[in-house]
Design a protein around this ligand. Structure first.
Ligand SMILES: C[S@@+](CC[C@H](N)C(=O)[O-])C[C@H]1O[C@@H](n2cnc3c(N)ncnc32)[C@H](O)[C@@H]1O
Length: 341
């Protein structure tokens, strides 16, 4: 790790990741021939952007300009706005200031918030979109301000349609006012947030490794019917719910009576064996859509992930595979895919 945060080079790609996972992202970018360089905790740059998004990259943007004034002096807002003048202004912008997601990075949160407010008010009225729900369809430009430690400030941009995440630095916080969902439930919501379509009313969902029931609860709340497969107990309110069928056995022994619209899996089990199980579901066309969380407690994660990808695609016939470490994922990644009939 560099002693001081390094500034990225304009024209390169700036990546954020979970703190402690820099070496895994670095390895993925190296394998893809993308020419990575470590900038600091939770922050990398690369010469190229690989076609297949690396699993451990949370967000990415093309670097437009960087500043590292001596002594950590403030960069005048006018300088930042001037650097933005070359960005396409025919499309609306989403402006996001963020800090790298690290202990050191988080000390800059106040600075990031103040800078975002100052930049927004210095930009022409109507330039900045308030509602990111419309950003992709409006073809918006995601303009990122990475407020890093050691006085480093980086301006980047990427089309919202090509962005890995629209959340600031990929930190997708799902908690809504008045709610206290479990981390498991937030993992599911974050995974569904990135999909073109979501499970809904009347859909049949199978949830492998369902207990205590955070995912099942979210699916039922969306109007789905859920077969929850887990030897462990479900929360009492779910066990009584007529739209939940609890199959109290191992997912490896279970075979569905009807094919499902969605297969969910959050089983705490060995990744390759889970991948083989999911491949069996794909081969037998037991489900059309897949959302699975794969646990990766081992040190050497990428060789294993490669085998998981191969198993799902080559043995399972799953298509449109995405493998991403989401904001709510710890030592794990979330896989999504679908299967044509
Ligand atoms: C991380 S928890 C799942 C949390 C769940 N998604 C939720 O939202 O509440 C992992 C679960 O995998 C289950 N599990 C482990 N091996 C299993 C197997 N062979 N078949 C089914 N479930 C299994 C465990 O019993 C445990 O409940």
């Amino acid at each position: 790790m560099p002693a001081q945060t390094l500034a990225a080079q304009p024209g390169r790609w700036l990546w954020t990741c979970r703190e402690g996972f820099e070496s895994h992202l670095f390895e993925e970018l190296t394998w893809a021939g993308a020419g990575p360089r470590l900038l600091g905790p939770a922050l990398l740059e690369s010469e190229q952007r690989p076609e297949v998004p690396p699993a451990f990259g949370r967000a990415v943007e093309r670097v437009v300009a960087t500043w590292a004034p001596p002594g950590g002096a403030q960069v005048p807002v006018e300088d930042l706005v001037a650097a933005m003048s070359g960005l396409p202004s025919r499309v609306p912008w989403l402006v996001r200031a963020y800090t790298p997601d690290s202990a050191k990075g988080n000390t800059q949160a106040g600075r990031a918030e103040a800078l975002e407010a100052a930049v927004r008010s210095a930009l022409p009225a109507g330039r900045v979109l308030e509602d990111d729900g419309r950003a992709r369809e409006a073809g918006a430009l995601l303009v990122g301000l990475c407020v890093a430690p050691d006085g480093v400030l980086m301006l980047g941009a990427v089309s919202a349609r090509e962005a890995l995440s629209l959340a600031p630095g990929g930190r997708r916080r799902m908690k809504r006012a008045g709610e206290s969902p479990s981390r498991a439930a937030m993992k599911l919501e974050e995974a569904l947030d990135g999909l073109a379509h979501e499970p809904g009313r009347g859909d049949v969902c199978v949830d492998l490794g369902a207990a205590p029931g955070g995912w099942t609860q979210r699916l039922v709340a969306r109007g789905a019917r859920v077969v929850a497969v887990d030897p462990a107990k479900l929360m009492p309110e779910l066990a009584k719910n007529p739209r939940v069928q609890h199959v109290q056995e191992s997912a490896f022994a279970y075979a569905p009576e009807e094919s499902a619209d969605w297969l969910f899996c959050d089983m705490a089990w060995r990744p390759l064996e889970v991948a083989q199980l999911l491949a069996k579901w794909g081969r037998r066309r037991w489900a059309r859509n897949l959302v699975a969380n794969i646990k990766l407690p081992m040190k050497d994660k990428n060789p294993l992930l490669l085998r998981v990808r191969q198993t799902l695609v080559e043995d399972g016939g799953w298509e449109g595979l995405t493998v991403r470490q989401l904001y709510h994922d710890r030592d794990e990644v979330t896989v999504t895919a679908h299967r044509m009939r």
